[in-house]
Design a protein around this ligand. Structure first.
Ligand code: SAM
Length: 271
């Protein structure tokens, strides 16, 4: 476990993933009924953009920093995301568990799972003041699947593994299939790097073969020098009503800031 998200926090992929997460959470908040969020690979929850890890890659400079000029009448998910980043503080960037913890209502629950001891310790400390959010140190896939379906029977699951291991795609596809089988009505947000179109297609195909009726993908490409990752996918199973349209509005504003392209496409079912 060498991966540290601090090197990548606030990069183009985080921006799109976190706006999508906010869009899903805002949708779940529209009904009073409680919802649960399970974040299988949560990270430490907050990142220092002035620290050594961020400075080494400079990825936030070509990610969140490029959104500084956005203002005016923005899609709600984008404006909420930008406010959350701003309130996290200068040179700090919120990870998925902090974004989620801040958007929960008293009746909602977050379980944030992280395996790395130091990242987990930081996460547990960060979430301690949030009474309906809990950090657990465990293997993300196994624990997330065990927690499904949540008692509230409403909610979202974020799967955002580090892709350190060569068989991560197949482990992720298996986990998504098992998780969607146990919680068929849940919203699933699944992140993956796209280094090869064939690998990405095979992954999505393997998930769909599990019998998913409604899903879309977001495909973000940016110019990336050298060996840096320049393309990432988000698979969204059971996207909420209006999610695709909202993300297309987000894409029109955000893609030019990132100097790239964000494409959305239904791969199973439709609105
Ligand atoms: C991409 S980062 C997560 C970023 C976070 N979801 C966010 O958006 O802010 C992946 C995280 O998974 C953790 N991790 C690695 N192996 C794990 C495992 N088997 N179970 C749970 N977490 C794991 C890493 O330590 C790292 O913090």
């Amino acid at each position: 476990m060498n991966y540290r998200h601090g090197y990548h926090a606030g990069n183009f992929a985080d921006v799109v993933k976190h706006v999508a997460l906010v869009a899903i959470l805002l949708h779940l908040r529209k009904k009073d009924a409680a919802f649960a969020v399970i974040d299988s690979h949560a990270g430490r929850g907050i990142y220092d953009l002035a620290g050594a890890e961020a400075a080494k890659t400079g990825e936030a400079q070509t990610g969140i920093a490029r959104l500084a000029g956005l203002s005016g009448d923005l899609p709600e998910a984008l404006s909420t995301y930008l406010s959350l980043v701003k309130e996290t503080g200068n040179n700090s960037y919120p990870g998925s568990p902090l974004i989620t913890a801040k958007l929960l209502r008293p009746q909602d629950r977050l379980t944030a799972i992280e395996k790395h001891p130091e990242e987990f310790a930081a996460l547990a400390q960060l979430l301690a003041p949030y009474r309906n959010s809990v950090a657990e140190q465990a293997d993300g896939y196994a624990r997330a699947i065990k927690l499904l379906p949540p008692p509230s029977r409403r909610g979202a699951v974020l799967m955002d593994p580090p892709f350190e291991s060569p068989d991560e795609f197949s482990a992720l596809a298996q986990a998504v299939r098992e998780a969607t089988r146990k919680f068929a009505s849940g919203v699933f947000l699944v992140w993956y790097p796209i280094k090869s179109q064939a690998d990405a297609d095979a992954f999505v195909g393997e998930v769909l073969a599990g019998g998913i009726a409604k899903a879309m993908v977001l495909d973000t490409r940016v110019a990336a020098p050298g060996a840096k990752l320049g393309r990432a996918g988000l698979l969204v199973v059971n996207p909420p009503y209006g999610f695709g349209a909202q993300m297309r509005d987000v894409a029109r504003l955000v893609a030019p800031c990132l100097g790239g392209d964000i494409a959305t496409a239904w791969i199973a079912g439709s609105e």
